[in-house]
Write a new protein. Structure first.
Length: 201
């Protein structure tokens, strides 16, 4: 099975609401999602790299959520559709940014915009649309752990409602990029600061 065939299979198995076929048609025929590189210098810097990376993030996220402690200790469970949308579409803004800007720096913001439009077409609940868009828009925040602590503290408080999901997406993205299942540096930094702040998530 090719990466493209596997993406379509995962998509069709998990994203079934009305209009899902139109979104898949757009990804297949209205964009270069399946041929674009994931980056120009780092992970997936080759044709089809974005597709491969998106599938890797999906696999990592599913693996993380299937760990016994996630369900038994933390009680964390997510609908398969939410996992598929967040993982498969987290970098959906990259092809657009590459064409417009010749780089992907703004892909989280453009990805959130595109995901919002997509989910609105799918008639997803407003809560799901907003939540997914925020995850995509924020999945690269503090990626290099360079954000000043004072600013990061304010950010964590302002986004406390999405932090559990955002940390999962960031961890899956890191593991897929680096082929490394150890704790992502950003996640480690945030968890340490959250304990220091005594902010529960």
């Amino acid at each position: 099975m090719t990466a493209k065939e596997r993406f379509i299979e995962i998509y069709n198995q998990n994203i079934t609401r009305e209009g899902a076929d139109k979104l898949l048609d757009f990804l297949l025929n209205g964009s270069d999602f399946f041929t674009a590189p994931a980056s120009t210098r780092y992970h997936g810097a080759h044709e089809g790299g974005l597709l491969a990376h998106s599938l890797n993030v999906y696999d990592c996220l599913v693996d993380i959520l299937n760990r016994p402690r996630m369900k038994e200790l933390y009680g964390i469970e997510y609908p398969e559709e939410s996992i598929a949308i967040a993982a498969l579409l987290h970098d959906v803004g990259k092809p657009f940014c590459k064409i417009r800007d010749n780089n992907s720096y703004a892909h989280p913001q453009e990805g959130a915009r595109i995901a919002t439009e997509i989910l609105q077409r799918l008639k997803a609940p407003k809560k799901v649309i907003l939540h997914t868009a925020r995850l995509i828009e924020n999945h690269m925040y503090d990626f290099n752990c360079q954000t000043k602590e004072s600013k990061l503290r304010r950010y964590l408080v302002a986004n406390a409602d999405i932090l559990p999901d955002l940390l999962l997406v960031k961890q899956a993205d890191f593991s897929a990029c680096m082929d490394d299942c150890s704790l992502a540096p950003t996640c480690a930094r945030w968890q340490t600061l959250l304990k220091k702040m005594k902010l529960s998530i």
